[in-house]
Design a binder for this molecule. Structure first.
Ligand code: ADP
Ligand code: MG
Length: 694
């Protein structure tokens, strides 16, 4: 239950005095739905209202605040003309201009013959100095209040700066008196204000420096958010690990047999990873390990060899893939090797997706299957193992890892877990998503892979590219041609891809297939299968090339409008070629002129194929939220923290969280109580549920 002290921050916006339903609706478009959201909606700029020039020499186009005497109003003679209010002071004249004016209102705020402060943008129009729709009109006594640096907020249709400022001020005027959750020594060392003062400060910047993410008030709030994140992860992880684990050990006979049957040597990174996994399996506590390795880094064999430890110890293991296609692919890869080791392998898909499913389930429960490969359906209630010791989850590109772990903890009881992901994640991001979860990295590609020759070309050379493809295809190459996101709508993406297919068909006839996001699954599979079998040589695709599908014969990747893709996407796309023995190439076609960031991206792509380095560069170029598309990826989105700028704070928060739980494991001390408030403030309510449950 959310503590009472936070109630004012989590009411509907309309509970604020100055916010009616209309403004609340506009705010909702920016996801501002409660006062707390307003607090986290930080100024993105500053407007300087301190300038007060003499009117006769005032420059055009600047924002100014001046005191004037109000002259006789000149109402509009017709609806298309503005209502005008001539004003003056000792330095010259200024006409205030209002379109669609409400005369009563203007008479009230600008009484003829009175003196008034007005603030807004000055413009010269036909020799006359004008200010249309001043942002502020007030009595002379209000000059000091108006003549300031004003924070500028991101806005949206229907939401004026004034309305948002008013709502924000309302929210700020009711800040609860929070207990301090920061470590006093840290707070002192960093010179951080108390929470209330910090919130006030970020909304009243005194200069451009205060907008910097590292400015003290902003840094403090970012730290609060990161601490809540790290504390929540630490609690979740502790609760998972507290469940009794088991020790699983083997001498490695099965593993040796499989290794002897491989026609390659394990890489150093694969051996190191196996060592790490074995140590975890042998340890008393429950294993929770993340294995990161780029596409093609050889995760599958690591998964198999790791599972053999459990099998040799007399227990069962399972490998789960995110899609049926991948589950089948893993099964096909593993089957011959399992035979070598004399290990009994099973395949389990969703209900109704497979003949003989009931028999598989029976064999599993009887312990007649040692390793079960399947989709995530493996964690369904009806699936019973005789003795499951170890589960490997192949996540590919998603990171809902903690939800997944929580779920699997139910299904899999005390079994050890290894989660594999194919998207390299920068260390900072990994920390926010997984906290202190142990991580292994396959950062070494199997030897013998040829580098993918990567080039960037302007789109005007497209016909040249097509000519070159004709030669490649004649030599038996297979080609991916990726069309980008054209607009927000999938329909126009599709149109572009269809057009490209038509265009390429003029050169290649029937040898071009198309896949796109709106296609039915079976049609998509069909097109992919025709490409995989070589029936068609060119596959035109919108960005949805099925994750993980392996066509080793594909050696050319053309990416149209490469400047519109993020680095991670470009890297994933390029990863579809260079998987076989043939030399591969990746052509990034771009529309000049390239912006600075796009140019940098293409340059990095040409410099390196190292997914980890690319991920780090991506983080630098884009800011964390965007790196992997936070929403789809399941990575946490931060409101205040900016991982590009706050990496160091994140590391501090991780250490802080660890120390906190060491000293006060159930957050019962006064600081512990304050930290509970912090968790609720950042809506990590679920994490509080892990407290005190033992
Ligand atoms: P990932 O799942 O990490 O994308 P895979 O496990 O599918 O990669 O491996 C990609 C390819 O590399 C497979 O054909 C596999 O047999 C091969 N491979 C794996 N490890 C090695 C190695 N050490 N040396 C050579 N080839 C390897
Ligand atoms: Mg794989």
């Amino acid at each position: 239950m959310r503590p009472e002290i936070l109630f004012p921050l989590f009411r509907p916006l309309t509970a604020l005095a100055g916010v009616g339903p209309r403004i609340a609706k506009a705010c909702a478009r920016l996801d501002l739905e409660r006062p707390v959201d307003l607090l986290w909606h930080l100024p993105s700029g500053l407007l300087d209202r301190r300038f007060s020039p003499p009117l006769d020499t005032a420059p055009d186009g600047v924002v100014a605040t001046v005191v004037v005497d109000v002259g006789r109003h000149l109402p509009a003679s017709n609806r298309r003309l503005p209502y005008r209010v001539p004003c003056h002071n000792e330095s010259g004249e200024l006409t205030l201009v209002f379109f669609h004016a409400r005369p009563n209102y203007l008479q009230r705020v600008l009484p003829e013959g009175s003196s008034r402060v007005v603030s807004g943008r000055l413009e010269r129009f036909r020799g006359e100095l004008q200010m249309s729709h001043p942002d502020h009109i007030g009595e002379p006594a209000e000059l000091a209040r108006i003549q300031t640096l004003e924070p500028v907020y991101p806005l949206t249709a229907g939401l004026t700066a004034k309305a948002l400022q008013k709502a924000t001020n309302d929210a700020l005027s009711e800040l609860p008196e929070m207990p301090e959750w920061l470590d006093p020594a840290l707070q002192k060392a960093e010179n951080w204000l108390p929470w209330q003062a910090a919130v006030q400060a970020v909304h009243s910047p005194a200069g451009f420096d205060d907008l910097d993410p590292l400015a003290t008030a902003r840094a403090r709030l970012a730290y609060d958010e990161l601490l809540a994140n790290q504390l929540a992860l630490a609690l979740m992880r502790r609760s998972l690990r507290r469940r009794a684990g088991r020790t699983t050990q083997a001498e490695g006979h099965l593993r040796q047999r499989v290794i002897a049957a491989l026609d390659y040597q394990l890489t150093g990174a694969q051996q190191r990873t196996l060592g790490e996994v074995d140590a975890d399996l042998a340890a008393e506590h429950r294993m929770l390990r993340l294995l990161q390795g780029d596409v093609g880094s050889g995760k599958t064999i690591v998964a198999l060899l790791a599972m053999l430890t459990a099998v040799e110890a007399g227990a069962q293991a399972t490998l789960m893939a995110p899609t049926e296609i991948l589950a089948r692919q893993h099964f096909a890869t593993i089957e011959p090797l399992a035979q070598v080791a004399g290990v009994r392998l099973g395949l389990l898909l969703g209900r109704g997706r497979q003949k003989g499913r009931a028999a598989t389930l029976r064999a599993l429960a009887a312990g007649e299957i040692d390793i079960l490969v399947g989709t995530h359906a493996v964690f369904q209630q009806e699936v019973e193992f005789r003795d499951l010791a170890f589960a490997v989850i192949d996540e590919q590109h998603r990171f809902g890892v903690h939800q997944r772990l929580a779920l699997s903890a139910k299904g899999a009881g005390r079994c050890d877990l290894l989660v594999m992901t194919a998207t390299p994640i920068p260390r900072t991001l990994a920390l926010t998503a997984f906290g202190d979860m142990e991580t292994s990295r396959l950062d070494e590609k199997p030897p013998g892979r040829l580098p993918v020759e990567t080039r960037a070309l302007p789109l005007e050379r497209l016909e040249e590219v097509v000519k070159a493809l004709e030669r490649h295809v004649a030599d038996g190459a297979r080609v991916y041609w990726v069309c980008p996101l054209v607009a927000e709508s999938e329909i126009s993406d599709l149109a572009a891809a269809e057009q490209r297919q038509a265009h390429l068909s003029q050169h290649f006839g029937q040898r071009v297939a198309l896949v796109h996001g709106r296609m039915k699954g079976s049609l998509k599979d069909d097109a992919m299968a025709r490409f995989a079998s070589g029936e068609v040589e060119i596959l035109v695709a919108t960005t949805v090339i099925e994750v993980g599908v392996d066509v080793p014969e594909a050696t050319v990747m053309v990416i149209e409008h490469a400047e519109r893709f993020g680095l991670a996407q470009l890297h994933q796309l390029r990863g579809r070629v260079g998987r076989g023995t043939g030399a591969s190439s990746c052509l990034m076609l771009y529309a000049p002129p390239l912006g600075e960031v796009a140019r940098r991206r293409l340059e990095i792509m040409r410099q390196t194929e190292d997914g980890f380095r690319i991920a780090e560069e991506d983080l630098k170029l884009r800011g964390a939220g965007e790196v992997l598309g936070t929403r789809q990826s399941g990575l946490p989105a931060f409101r205040l923290a900016d991982l590009g700028a706050h990496g160091e704070l994140l590391a501090m928060a991780r250490d802080d969280a660890r120390l906190i739980l060491e000293r006060d494991s159930d957050l019962e001390s006064p600081r512990g109580q304050a930290l509970r408030v912090l968790l609720y403030l950042f809506e990590r309510d679920a994490a509080v549920g892990y407290l005190g449950s033992g």
